[in-house]
Design a protein around this ligand. Structure first.
Ligand code: AMP
Length: 549
């Protein structure tokens, strides 16, 4: 028997229409290269998004075309999110911090017809222009007065382009499974791979992300997504925020600047903010140095990399803000798990709560998670067994753009049983709290034991004199591999290898304590700020432990 319910398609444009009708005066505040504090309302936002849709049509862009964006978090990028996807085109967010050859590859692979770029990105594109000759036009996201001199061909000024257009536009309805946006993952090996989101996956993800035990998003909150809009849709905040009517504060190119972030939080009354651990570290250090506060901030969400305990404790003890850790990946839109307490945990001590905050959270409804052993047998949620983490759900990729969609094939991340292999190794407690112990490729195998490189790095980084640490497995004739620790010291601090090893022996199993410590000035990172273990393994490929032949 068929249900008797309307089969209304889930459209990104419906979020915009809902936001404009219900919260016309709600504000979006932005920092841009041409304005340190731009503010306008949802009504203005919707009006300009319709002008943009008309401008895209007049440029000749068609349904299904890929339109690239290279921009920070600001109101013009918001308009692109809605104007492009709402028109049935694909908003392709490109990370300007990738290597130029990766950017060049991504633009050509996606066959972007037009690029909408921040002023700050223009020099980068000038250097690439001979390699991206198929791009038909480049629109610089600024006003006529601020347009830079440029050697780029077919250049338009965004404000001039949209100001000529009518603000009447009727958003089309079409199949909710149509591609709405895409984002390339910047793995550390091979070419970047394109993940393609749909209107349906985006809306379901936004609903799930707003639930009370997830972000509890609402029109009473002021939300500042610091995680970039060029990286997995800023974790969905640009959609969920408008859906619920939150005031949005967008830090633009100043996202790593503690002073600007503090100023925005204090003056705009930001209650909720999302970002990666390195951003939080920069903000906390600035607050310590300046003696300033962030009193309005209640919830800090973190993801993208394991959150050091120190960040959780400093926010809680010094600033009264709760750190909520989430885990996910580009292939997952990105939300997979998120921190929240369960009934019966109200009486937990601060220490017990902090322990849970250090884990990556519980599965969000919509995402099934499981851990499996090397033979793909499911492992128990007992807090001890750890194995490869697999996921499935309606906002999880079935494959990569232009590569095989055949489950189980080499280029497809989905197994023949329909689960996406995340490449992460995890343990899950009986209460459902998941903890990432490693990337599959980074696990150190020593004498038959699996050792988590993340545990070793956390143990080292908990020393106040150590700024950053990485652990990799290196060949050992007896144990196959032993951990080597690579360390960056805090400025002006010194420790010997022996002192570090003695310190780590206090908290790690004997077999997890590194055999040697190497000191470097800095560690290599990927464009999304993760430790580049591949580069480290390459750099130390001829390394031999002292006294070992
Ligand atoms: P990306 O697709 O660039 O967002 O990277 C996804 C990967 O980042 C995941 O597979 C994890 O390895 C890592 N990751 C994301 N969130 C966390 C987290 N909270 N803790 C540890 N690792 C994380």
């Amino acid at each position: 028997m068929q249900a008797l319910m309307m089969n209304t398609q889930l459209m990104i444009s419906s979020i915009l229409k809902h936001g404009e009708r219900n919260y016309p005066t709600q504000e979006i505040v932005s920092v841009t290269a041409d304005n340190p504090r731009h503010r306008y309302t949802y009504k203005d936002f919707a009006t300009r998004s319709r002008q943009l849709a008309n401008a895209l049509a007049n440029l000749g862009a068609k349904f299904g075309d890929r339109i690239g964006t290279m921009a920070w978090n600001d109101y013009r990028h918001m308009e692109l999110y809605y104007g492009i996807s709402g028109s049935g085109m694909v908003c392709h967010m490109i990370n300007p911090k990738l290597f130029p050859e990766q950017i060049n590859y991504i633009i050509n692979h996606a066959e972007d017809r037009f690029l909408f770029v921040d002023v700050l990105v223009v020099p980068l594109l000038e250097a690439l222009k001979d390699h991206i000759s198929k791009v038909e036009g480049i629109v610089v996201l600024t006003s006529k007065e601020m347009m830079p001199e440029t050697s780029l061909p077919s250049v338009h000024c965004y404000e001039e382009l949209i100001s000529k257009e009518s603000d009447e536009f009727s958003w089309p309805d079409f199949d909710e499974n149509t591609a709405s946006s895409m984002c390339y993952t910047s793995g550390t090996t091979g070419n970047p791979k394109g993940v393609v989101y749909s209107h349906r996956s985006t809306l379901l993800h936004a609903y799930a992300g707003s639930l009370p035990d997830i972000t509890n998003a609402s029109c009473h909150e002021t939300c500042m997504p610091i995680v970039p809009m060029f990286h997995v849709n800023a974790w969905g905040v640009p959609y969920a925020g408008i859906m619920v009517g939150s005031k949005l504060v967008l830090p633009g190119p100043k996202m790593a600047d503690g002073e600007t972030l503090q100023d925005l939080i204090a003056s705009e009354n930001v209650t909720f903010s999302s970002g990666v651990p390195t951003i939080w570290m920069a903000l906390l250090d600035y607050l310590d140095q300046s003696g300033k506060s962030v009193d309005s901030l209640k919830v800090v969400t973190t993801g993208g990399a394991a959150c050091p305990r120190g960040i959780i404790e400093r926010f809680k003890q010094k600033h009264g803000a709760m750190v909520m850790q989430g885990w996910g990946m580009t292939e997952m839109s990105p939300l997979g798990t998120f921190f929240s307490l369960k009934p019966g945990m109200q009486d937990y001590t601060e220490e017990q709560v902090t322990e849970l905050q250090c884990k990556q959270g519980r599965a969000v409804f919509g995402v099934d998670i499981k851990i499996v052993d090397e033979d793909n047998n499911e492992l128990p949620w007992d807090g001890v067994a750890f194995g490869a983490l697999k996921v499935r759900g309606p906002w999880i990729a079935t494959g990569y753009y232009g590569l095989s969609q055949e489950p189980g094939s080499d280029d497809c991340p989905v197994d023949s049983d329909g689960w996406l292999n995340t490449g992460d190794v995890a343990v899950i407690t009986p209460e459902g709290y998941m903890q990432i112990t490693d990337r599959t490729k980074d696990v150190i195998k020593t004498g038959g034991e699996w050792v988590s490189s993340i545990d070793i790095e956390n143990a080292a980084a908990s020393h106040a004199d150590i700024a950053e640490a990485a652990a990799i497995g290196r060949y050992h004739p007896k144990w196959t591999e032993r951990p080597l620790l690579i360390v960056v010291m805090q400025p002006g601090k010194t420790l010997s290898s022996e002192e570090i090893i003695a310190y780590m022996s206090e908290s790690l199993h004997k077999w997890s304590v590194p055999d040697d410590v190497v000191f470097v000035d800095e560690l290599p990172h990927t464009a999304t700020g993760k430790l580049n273990k591949l580069a480290l393994r390459e750099k130390f490929k001829d390394y031999q432990f002292p006294g070992v032949a």
